[in-house]
Design a protein around this ligand. Structure first.
Ligand code: MG
Length: 175
């Protein structure tokens, strides 16, 4: 009969580590005559996302994941589309403000993992720039920011290029 001792890192005894996980999802219609903003980057395309703000579905999902991790509600509560001051607002501003709410509560981001679901255009050439853009706003290394993308193999409204979806998970740690 033996017993095992689970040793935790020393800082766990001095200052218990506190982590929070969050997830976010967002949808926008794709229509002609709008710019396509994804991950803070303007992407040349014949359609763009429809919305009150610049309709950056990826940044909105990341904002919601951060807010959700701390049970702070959602992006619609903090930045309502009934408020004219958010009309066509750059979603990088919303990301910065959401991140500030996280910081004010004593947390910092550990990593972001996200997925874009869209049929077209191919976003691979822009992923690096999106990661850099987000990294700058949330003061992280781009190695801590993952952006994946998938089509839906022409299935559903995404496959018909009528809409775009993004999901994001974040991990926060108390500092
Ligand atoms: Mg949105």
């Amino acid at each position: 009969m033996g017993f095992s001792v689970f040793l935790l890192p020393l800082n766990c005894y001095i200052w218990p580590m506190s982590f929070r996980i969050g997830q976010g999802i967002d949808f926008h219609q794709l229509v002609e005559g709008r710019d396509l903003w994804l991950g803070g980057v303007k992407i040349p395309h014949n359609k763009g996302a429809l919305g009150h703000s610049d309709a950056d579905v990826l940044l909105h999902a990341i904002c919601d994941a951060m807010l959700g991790a701390l049970s702070l509600g959602d992006i619609g509560q903090h930045f309502p589309d009934t408020d004219a001051s958010y009309k066509n607002i750059d979603s990088k501003i919303l990301l910065r403000r959401s991140y500030n709410l996280v910081r004010e509560r004593g947390y910092w981001l550990v990593n972001i993992d996200s997925t874009l679901l869209l049929q077209a255009p191919k976003i691979k050439p822009y992923v690096e720039q999106m990661r850099r853009t987000i990294a700058e706003i949330v003061h992280m290394s781009i190695d801590d920011i993952s952006i994946k993308a998938t089509t839906t193999e022409t299935l559903s409204f995404i496959g018909r290029e009528e809409g775009v979806v993004a999901t994001a998970n974040v991990l926060l740690q108390k500092y």
